[in-house]
Design a protein around this ligand. Structure first.
Ligand SMILES: Cc1cc2nc3c(=O)[nH]c(=O)nc-3n(C[C@H](O)[C@H](O)[C@H](O)COP(=O)(O)OP(=O)(O)OC[C@H]3O[C@@H](n4cnc5c(N)ncnc54)[C@H](O)[C@@H]3O)c2cc1C
Length: 324
């Protein structure tokens, strides 16, 4: 018996959210007296896979088929199901991201498993197996009880953060009986997000909304982000209006982030926006409307015009950094 966890990597380097998923799986394994088996797909080195041991993986099953370097929902599903069947996986953990949202329901269907999507806490196993998740864009919680023998969970990224421990995982090759139809969808082009700090991993984020008035003013956001060493994000209408690329959009229909500091400039704080950022440790809101709902979720609020506040804040950060 084991807890299976699907891990994701970018060009052979595991993402922080996958280390977090391994650690989550390790807590379930510890509570149920089982072990953690990670499933790694595509081109990734043995050394890199062994590092998952420091996050609680006992073993990594490697499906070393280079076709898996491009995402295929069918092929990933077959790999995870094969791993779970071979390893006696009773709990299967994926991330609540684009990959996990596509793969986990298929895995659950193939295995006749109950599923909880978007977990935000360790499962409560005191009386059965209950998973806590956000509903209504974070306005309420639901506690979902899974009664099937095999259980599938997707974990909301950045729920816990990651602490590196000790240890090294063993690596075994897993052979999966793929069929041609598993690779029926071909990725023809990949355009990578550029930027010094990837948004999903950033500890500091400066984000802009419609209050910035147009893409020509984004230098104000970028200057503050540069001064802080932060990533940039935006509200959905900003991305929909093509002021900023879609991968910067956070919220219910965008990314979920949990940085140490989230600075929201000219963003109203609609519930759908908050759904992606309300796990941030400290939220600073800059808005000229004292009634803006974001102030209710803020740790610090600056009532003012972004065109005045942002340049002054940037100068203050630069001055502070120069003197420390
Ligand atoms: C199903 C659904 C899903 C959605 N998903 C998302 C999502 O994932 N992410 C998301 O962000 N939104 C999402 N939305 C949209 C959401 O409801 C809001 O419409 C959106 O977040 C508003 O964006 P905004 O705050 O940038 O713009 P606005 O609502 O236009 O707010 C602009 C804010 O800037 C302030 N402002 C204006 N000028 C200045 C100035 N000079 N200085 C300071 N402050 C100023 C205003 O007071 C206002 O508070 C979704 C909506 C739906 C229905």
């Amino acid at each position: 018996m084991s807890v299976i966890v699907l891990v994701e990597h970018a060009q052979g380097v595991f993402k922080k959210k996958s280390q977090e998923a391994v650690q989550y799986a390790a807590r379930i394994a510890a509570a149920t007296g089982t072990t953690v088996t990670a499933v790694a797909l595509g081109t990734v080195s043995n050394e890199e896979m062994q590092t998952l041991g420091a996050y609680g993986a006992n073993k990594v099953l490697h499906v070393a088929d280079a076709r898996l370097d491009a995402f295929s929902s069918r092929a990933y599903t077959r790999a995870v199901v094969t791993a779970a069947q071979q390893d006696g996986g009773k709990v299967i953990v994926c991330l609540h991201d684009t990959t996990g949202k596509a793969v986990a329901p298929r895995v659950a269907a193939r295995m006749g498993a109950g599923m909880a999507a978007g977990a935000i806490a360790n499962p409560d196993m005191s009386n059965g197996f209950t998973v806590k998740k956000n509903v209504f864009s974070g306005k309420a919680f639901a506690h979902v009880s899974i009664n099937s023998e095999v259980k599938v969970i997707t974990l909301t990224p950045n729920t816990f953060g990651v602490t590196k421990g000790e240890g090294s995982a063993t690596v075994e090759i897993l052979s999966v009986p793929f069929e041609d139809k598993d690779f029926g969808v071909k990725v023809v082009e990949v355009s990578k997000a550029t930027g010094a700090v990837p948004l999903s991993e950033a500890e500091l984020v400066v984000s802009g909304g419609r209050g910035l008035k147009g893409p020509e003013n984004w230098g104000l956001i970028e200057n503050l982000a540069d001064a802080l060493g932060a990533a940039t994000a935006c509200s959905r209408p900003v991305a929909d209006s093509h002021w900023r690329p879609h991968h910067e959009h956070v919220g219910q229909t965008g990314g979920t982030i949990r940085p140490n500091l989230y600075i929201a400039a000219g963003i109203s704080g609609a519930i759908q926006h908050l759904a992606g950022v309300n796990g941030s440790k400290t939220i600073v809101v800059i808005n000229k409307d004292p009634e803006a709902p974001f102030f209710k979720a803020a740790d610090y609020g600056v009532l003012g015009d972004v065109f005045e506040v942002l340049p002054r804040l940037t100068e203050a950060v630069k001055k502070f950094k120069a003197s420390h």
